[in-house]
Design a protein. Structure first.
Lengths: 377, 377
């Protein structure tokens, strides 16, 4: 990672994807520099900023001013906040407004918001004129370390499930302004932190150990936070470069997500009960415990993961989810739907220890069910 | 081009696009072989066939039977025929039905129809699960020699214009069954032929001369027809391979299309007055005449193009379009909208003679307007 000359506290992670290569800038003050950073990289001088009703009052004006100062004319689209916005209805609206703004192939769509705004805007950028430029300005920790990097975009199918319609469309630039994280609630920050810890658990045991020692500084802000975000983006970028379209190893990024998704579905995506990062936290502990149960890893590793996530304030067991959960059989059904069972076998991300996760494609569904029954509160 | 062993009259054009490489098969009896050809190339055993109300009664049953015989389970979606089907409304419907059919990444969407069905289905295949396999079974000459090859897919924006929303999504296989051309009307066949002639005019003067000598056999059917379609697909494939995402030379494929699109818009896309290929025929003559007027090519070349297209029965002048045309100024406006005028200059495909077309990016709009006034009936 190289420091950028004009602002020594800003780190750059380069994602070397050939003609789709791009930079992720991480540090304070990047919203104020958005216009200059975009103008120095893209030829176009028109932009459509897509944001939501929560984020707009906080940062939209600053982004527009920064673009104007750099000679970029922008249109703004403010959408309702929340997962329901990832729909065909809003996609059509956004495409229409991007075309109305006369955004051409070398101009850009700017996503200013969290994962929902990033996924929807990236999809619109991928299909208007068969692809225009795309800039991510993620405003949640989750979006900064996960969804804004890697080019997965999309919407939900109202009848068939989440993220089933979309394209791979890499951004041309990601501006992760770490100042915006100061306005997040503690719960939102912790939820994003679950994905940070995930990168350590996938294949970076030293990073996980560093987080165990330094997580308080990461939560406080400053250089340790920038360091943690940059390391996370670098880890994600490495996986994406090795497997851009998810034909193999990219699946490792789903560590903790199979159990997590099942819990999100079981709580009807009700963020009062469970948010994505919390589901991932519980899911990662379950994945380590299940790996121990399958004699793949030591139970000590599962306990170590649980201890750290608990320490930062994340839930680590199903019992901590408020309200009643459906029975283990229903959770198993959700998992089977998500993963496709082939002759009673599931594909799962398991682990041989901290930072030693792997894709297992022969996990017996019956074992998962027994495990879920055991763990069910 | 290599003959395929199992059916010596079938020709194969290979499109070498790296990991997106695919074959175009051209010849009789390919619908009956669709299942076998798909099964030998794709891993999946599920398919969703997208077709329209005109094509379904003619070929749908045969395609389904052929898939079944090869062990491929299929769902069928029959849409209204016509350009209006290239809408978000029908895209949503198709995506929904493809998901309902549980088509996964290695399964395929099959477009059975002309350009509208191909463009819409290809777009759906490009976005369901961020991309599933895609097979084109084009049933018009126009689709066989043009739209089914090259990966441009999309729909129209109801407010902003044609083909403004879409993706590049290459097919995995194109099956151009030449038997289906026998059911086309003479007018439809001629309209497709305009695009065949276009490949000669772009950069293959020998092919154009061959068409002048052999067009009657092409219209009658048999090996000359297969030869002409294969040569056209090869020509298009060459351009696509050199410039898959249309950043430069792929624009040559628009020879005749700038004038042609303006005439289509001027006749409100009313196929009783003008169909796409007829607009292209008139547009190609105009492009050659305009090139002569700009002293780039000999007027003899324009006359030669006109003579050949007239001979096959295509319109070659604006005067042949039934009904009244808007004034030259309105045509010019349509062109300017289509092409974006930069300081009074237009990008246009012009020519230095038969088979010597090129991209000119400095054509004075004023010259085009004078020319249109001159040519206006």
């Amino acid at each position: 990672m190289n420091a950028i000359s004009s602002a020594s506290s800003v780190q750059t992670v380069h994602v070397p994807l050939g003609e789709r290569a791009y930079d992720i800038l991480i540090g304070p003050g990047l919203i104020a520099r958005a216009g200059a950073e975009i103008a120095s990289r893209l030829k176009g001088r028109k932009a459509a900023i897509i944001t939501d009703e929560n984020v707009a009052p906080l940062y939209l004006e600053a982004v527009v001013a920064s673009l104007n100062a750099a000679g970029i004319v922008s249109a703004e689209v403010v959408l309702p906040a929340g997962e329901k916005t990832k729909s065909f209805e809003h996609l059509i609206d956004v495409c229409d407004k991007v075309l109305e703004a006369r955004v051409e192939r070398n101009d850009c769509v700017i996503a200013l918001g969290g994962g929902v705004i990033g996924d929807l805007s990236g999809f619109a950028a991928g299909i208007v004129r068969r692809g225009v430029r795309f800039v991510q300005v993620p405003t949640s920790l989750l979006a900064q370390v996960d969804s804004s990097v890697g080019g997965k975009t999309g919407i939900n199918s109202s009848r068939h499930g989440k993220n089933l319609i979309g394209v791979f469309h890499q951004p041309d630039l990601v501006l992760a302004d770490t100042d915006v994280l100061n306005t997040l609630s503690g719960r939102e920050f912790r939820a994003g932190y679950a994905e940070v810890a995930k990168y350590g658990l996938i294949d970076k045991p030293d990073f996980f150990a560093w987080l165990e020692a330094n997580w308080k500084s990461v939560f406080t802000g400053g250089s340790a936070r920038i360091e943690a975000i940059a390391a996370s983006c670098q880890a994600k970028a490495d996986v994406v470069v090795a497997d851009e379209r998810e034909t193999g190893q990219r699946a490792l990024l789903n560590l903790g997500h199979t159990f997590g998704h099942a819990l999100e579905a079981a709580t009807a995506y009700d963020s009062r009960r469970l948010v994505h990062g919390e589901g991932v936290a519980i899911g990662m502990v379950l994945a380590h415990e299940f790996s121990a149960r399958m004699n793949l890893a030591s139970p000590d590793d599962a306990r170590r993961v649980e201890r750290h996530l608990k320490e930062v304030g994340l839930p680590t067991t199903m019992a901590e989810i408020p309200g009643e959960l459906p029975p283990a059989e229903s959770l198993m059904e959700a998992i089977a739907q998500d993963k496709k069972v082939k002759s009673g076998k599931l594909t799962f991300i398991l682990t041989r220890g901290i930072g030693q996760s792997f894709v297992a494609d022969d996990v017996p569904a019956s074992e998962v069910l027994s495990f879920l029954r055991e763990k069910h509160p």
